[in-house]
Design a protein around this ligand. Sequence first.
Ligand SMILES: N[C@@H](CCC(=O)N[C@@H](CS)C(=O)NCC(=O)O)C(=O)O
Length: 205
Amino acid sequence: MQLYVFDKFRSRRCEWLLAELGVQNEVECITMNPRDPDQEKLAQYRKIHPHGTIPCLVVEGRQAIIESGAICLYLADVYGKLGPEADKEAFYSWLVYSTATLDEVMEILFVQWVLTDLPDQDADLINKCVLKFNTAAKYLSQCLYGRDYICGNKFTAADCVLGYNIWWALEMKEGLLLKDFPLILDYYKRLQMRSSFQRVFSELF
Ligand SMILES: N[C@@H](CCC(=O)N[C@@H](CS)C(=O)NCC(=O)O)C(=O)O
């Protein structure tokens, strides 16, 4: 298998899961910059991924798997580990909620706060997204109450997907989004203690 990755971004979910599964050596990671000036390289990649975004998992002789969440579901399934054994409802809900609802809100905040100059930022849009993120964070706090991980006391692939969102939220505005959510910060501390997390995210700190 070949995993197309782009440093610092959503491919970290998949790289982290590969490390948790202990199968990094079975998958070749190929770095692909979606803004690569080499148009021919991008055109070749678009033959694999229709939008040319990252990540993408290529399994020889099969259709490529696009979407970081789908790749994590696939890897947990193929390797028969860290899947929805404990709390299936939490597993599927949080894995997809993270990549759909949370990513959508966070992408807007990232573009506004990190990529847009202050005078051009859209305050109404930012407020709307912060409110939506707060609702999600309150719900996440309730779901984490009394549990070490999102599906209970056992780490699963859903933690790799959701954990990336927590990391991302903490990277923006010095963690402003999560400052009032101690249960989420405690959860993140548990994730950070994992050697696979440290290995995959260490290049970034
Ligand atoms: N929903 C997709 C999002 C993929 C995505 O937007 N990836 C970003 C990097 S994290 C990208 O390739 N951006 C470049 C672009 O949009 O041109 C997933 O979770 O895999």
